[in-house]
Write a protein that binds this ligand. Structure first.
Ligand code: SF4
Length: 367
């Protein structure tokens, strides 16, 4: 798309601003240099819905353990899931591993360099494909994340609310993207949104785009972008089972590969329903074994993207070792729970049960 003089000016201002001094992040190349596709990809997958500060230690641990995409492809999935624990969204970690394997199987074990080909890889959507194409391969691609949407909505004073206005913001962002220096431009826009054009108090006085910004001129920057009212998150409730055998091992099971926390390890639990908590009959019916279940005091709460979860716990002990195994269950010594690929909500449950049972061992905190 041909750029107007104002758009060209905005792109030039952004590139100059970025090259004067950008955020130093462990996955970034120097400005003007192409990034390493493996590092760009890994950081972008980790950064989806997570902050830069939270991602940095994970990124550094991954790079130390698996310095190349080939090394990550050769790693065992459970080891990768364990290293990911705490970043949430485990489907992303599973896709990360599947994508590494797909790349390792390509000619030369290299990432493809176009948006279209990148999008064929597991876990790489429109945004991530554009980011890798622009930042690692210098391709002409428009990279639009939440930060960029905010900058664009303000720059053009777009009053229609998100999320319906997203396609329009993408079109406007495309009008700004320069022919050359797309990688630096994309990172400049991300940095501007993260450090200057921030959600609450945009710092227009130090912004390189202030001379062209419609929202700043109208004094409405802080009110944009608008958002449609969100539906309330429902609360789901259930009961988790803490079952120990005579040798101090706990019954765990693995979740189905698809869906929420796909493939992760968990404590058995009842169905998580939106109605009242399960009663004694439902608890007995859904228990992994028949046992003298006793309730543990307290509630464990966790919030997922689409719902709040409230779990109570019941505990029982069976003669052992490993006297009972459900079809999909397996026993793990309490002292080895930390080594399991447990999502945050399960770690909370285990800490809760450990406290109630007076146990010494519990998994490490994730952050
Ligand atoms: Fe954001 Fe203000 Fe810059 Fe406009 S001038 S892009 S509102 S920081």
């Amino acid at each position: 798309m041909a750029m107007s003089g104002t758009m060209t000016h905005c792109a030039a201002m952004m590139l100059a601003w970025y090259r004067r001094g950008h955020r130093s992040l462990p996955w970034r190349a120097e400005s003007g240099e192409a990034g390493d596709p493996y590092r760009v990809w890994l950081s972008e997958i980790m950064l989806q819905q997570t902050t830069v500060a939270a991602v940095i230690p994970y990124f550094e641990r991954f790079i130390e353990a698996w310095p190349t995409v080939g090394a990550l492809a050769a790693a065992d999935l459970d080891t990768v899931l364990r290293a990911w624990a705490g970043l949430g969204y485990y489907a992303r970690a599973r896709n990360l591993h599947a994508c590494a394997r797909a790349v390792a199987g390509r000619p030369g074990g290299r990432f493809p360099d176009t948006e279209a080909e990148l999008r064929t890889l597991p876990g790489i959507g429109v945004y991530t494909a554009a980011a890798i194409a622009a930042i690692a391969f210098g391709r002409h691609a428009t990279v639009v994340d939440g930060n960029v949407e905010r900058v664009v909505a303000r720059l053009f004073a777009v009053a229609e609310p998100l999320p319906a206005v997203k396609p329009h913001l993408r079109e406007l962002a495309a009008t700004l993207t320069p022919e050359h220096g797309c990688g630096d431009f994309a990172q400049a826009m991300m940095d501007l949104g993260a450090t200057v054009c921030t959600p609450r108090r945009p710092r227009c006085l130090v912004c390189p785009l202030v001379g062209a910004c419609a929202a700043a001129a109208a004094g409405v920057a802080q009110d944009l972008p608008r958002r449609a009212a969100k539906a309330e998150r429902p609360t789901r409730r259930g009961v988790a089972y803490w079952l120990e055998d005579g040798e101090g091992a706990v019954l765990l099971r693995r979740r189905a590969d698809k869906g929420l926390l796909g493939g992760m390890v968990e404590l058995p639990s009842t169905v998580w329903g939106t109605q009242a908590p399960p009663d004694r009959v439902a608890i007995a019916d859904q228990a992994p074994v028949q046992a003298a279940w006793r309730p543990l005091p307290g509630i464990v709460r966790h919030t997922f993207t689409h719902f709040h979860l409230e779990l109570t716990m019941v505990a029982a002990r069976v003669a052992g070792p490993g006297a009972v195994t459900g079809a999909d269950g397996f026993w793990v010594p309490v002292t080895q729970l930390a080594g399991q690929a447990l999502p945050s909500v399960m770690r909370k449950l285990i800490r809760h049960a450990a406290g109630e049972n007076g146990m010494a061992a519990e998994p490490d905190d994730e952050r």
